[in-house]
Design a protein around this ligand. Structure first.
Ligand code: ZN
Length: 474
């Protein structure tokens, strides 16, 4: 069955701190994909979700450190996260918060369904826990000195507590089948790691924590002394939104964008939870890599946090979007630096796209000629956007930049500023102007403001130069 509706989600961010560019990358990637599908399938067929993950120990402790109640703390961080995301022009349909009333209701309902199915049972957990990951650890998952590789500055907790366990192991065969389905997990290279996790034997995990240890959580529907484990609660946010928009159904392609550190929760725990509750699984889990800054992991403890606002202030929103969509960690980790963003800005935006658009606008304006708009506006019957099937925004941008080179070459070969013959000049310029019009349509999902600025100058018969799109940076 061809699925004409699309649901796109990003991971929701912990509210222990305001998001940084490493986390914002995923929003840009998902936003570009959502805009692209809206263009192809129509606005009302695409649903796009992002938000904040607000329960759990990490949030509770961050609140205590600020002398705030957990609610005051998460209200504040969630609001500031949203401001950062808005600066990047992220076109989400809902900014969900796991403290939202409908989410709390639905999370309890999913838990209850899984319990009724017989998949949740009482037990005792004795083992290790990383509060940074909010996750149970085995010794093999820790570094040689007993630290979490993702949170080397935190102490690993030894915990013994009574909780309710989810019968995760029961779904091993189901999960393996799912992983082997074509394109369930992308890029393809991420699959083996998940398969080997299953092959090593999935162990049931606690899905509640005692409320005397953690009060900041959704109360379990079956035992008032327990709250839902934060991952069990958080993953359900996607379904909450799906229910709200009638798009968690067979007619919808459900796509989750996640970082490599949480691929396991999304491709192994989440589908098992859904299957247990009698709910369909997502279609695609797209796993991207991490960003390092000047060779270092971006983290509070290293003091090298850069937020979206810092980059947007310096370069503008579209150059930031462009840089990450082209050079972000779409498949593997990448290292970034302010210098590399500036270099790309000058060479590919100021000298590349910006220069092309200014040149043609100026010559066209000077010619005093009219350039009627073409009736053929379809850009989706060409090859340029094929890599979007695998979410490869980098490759699509390379294709668009090839179009830019073709037109640049056409200008250099024909030297329209020297042409005296008006018919010839009109035909040369028409080709170049049509090219720019097409490029502005192609750019809509990637750099929406820039596409709009080009279209204001070019989508009329009489073309006038307005302003340089990307003034050169010194
Ligand atoms: Zn950790």
């Amino acid at each position: 069955m061809e699925k004409k509706k699309i649901l796109i989600t990003t991971a929701i961010d912990y509210t222990n701190d305001v998001i940084h560019v490493g986390q914002a990358y995923e929003k840009i990637l998902a936003d570009c994909t959502a805009r692209y599908y809206r263009d192809v399938y129509g606005m009302s067929n695409v649903h796009f979700l992002t938000g904040t993950d607000e329960h759990g120990t990490t949030n509770e402790k961050a609140a205590a450190a600020r002398n705030l109640s957990p609610k005051q703390h998460v209200d504040d961080i969630s609001k500031r996260d949203r401001e950062q995301i808005d600066l990047l022009n992220i076109s989400y349909d809902r900014f969900i918060r796991t403290t939202d009333e409908d989410h709390i209701r639905i999370a309890r309902d999913v838990f209850q369904r899984s319990y009724d199915k017989g998949d949740i049972y009482k037990g005792e957990y004795e083992g290790l826990y990383c509060e940074g990951c909010e996750s149970y650890k085995t010794l093999t998952e820790l570094t040689e000195d007993g630290k979490c590789p993702n949170h080397p500055t935190r102490e690993i907790q030894k915990i013994t507590e009574e909780n309710y366990f989810f019968n995760w192991s029961k779904y091993s065969v189901f999960l393996k089948k799912m992983l082997n389905r074509d394109k369930f997990i992308l890029p393809e290279g991420r699959k083996n790691e998940m398969i080997s996790f299953i092959d090593n034997g999935i162990k049931d995990i606690p899905v509640t924590r005692p409320s005397y240890k953690l009060s900041w959580g959704i109360p379990s529907p079956i035992d008032p002394e327990q709250v839902l484990y934060v991952w069990f609660d958080a993953l359900i946010n996607y379904y909450t939104f799906g229910i709200q928009n009638n798009c968690w159904d067979e007619y919808t392609r459900i796509i989750h964008f996640v970082g490599k550190d949480i691929a396991r929760w999304h491709s192994l725990l989440w589908p098992a939870m859904l299957e247990s509750a009698g709910i369909r699984s997502p279609d695609i889990v797209y796993v991207h890599g991490f960003i390092t800054l000047n060779g270092d992991k971006i983290s509070k403890s290293r003091g090298n946090i850069i937020r979206p606002e810092d980059l947007v202030k310096q370069f503008g929103v579209d150059p930031v979007r462009y840089y990450f969509l082209k050079y972000g960690p779409i498949t593997e980790d990448v290292d970034i630096s302010l210098d590399s963003i500036k270099d790309v800005y000058n060479s590919e935006l100021a000298n590349g796209l910006g220069n092309l658009v200014s040149r043609i606008a100026k010559i066209a304006e000077k010619s005093n000629m009219l350039f009627p708009l073409s009736n053929d506006n379809n850009i989706y019957n060409l090859e340029w956007d094929k890599p979007m099937n695998d979410f490869r925004t980098d490759l699509v941008l390379s294709n668009i930049w090839s179009e830019i080179s073709v037109i640049d070459k056409h200008i250099n070969d024909n030297e329209p500023w020297k042409i005296k013959d008006t018919d010839l000049l009109h035909s040369v310029l028409s080709y170049e102007i049509e090219g720019v019009r097409k490029i502005s349509r192609m750019l809509r999902s990637f750099m929406p403001d820039t596409a709009e600025k080009i279209s204001i100058q070019f989508n009329q018969e009489r073309i006038t130069f307005r302003e340089a799109l990307f003034p050169r940076l010194q």
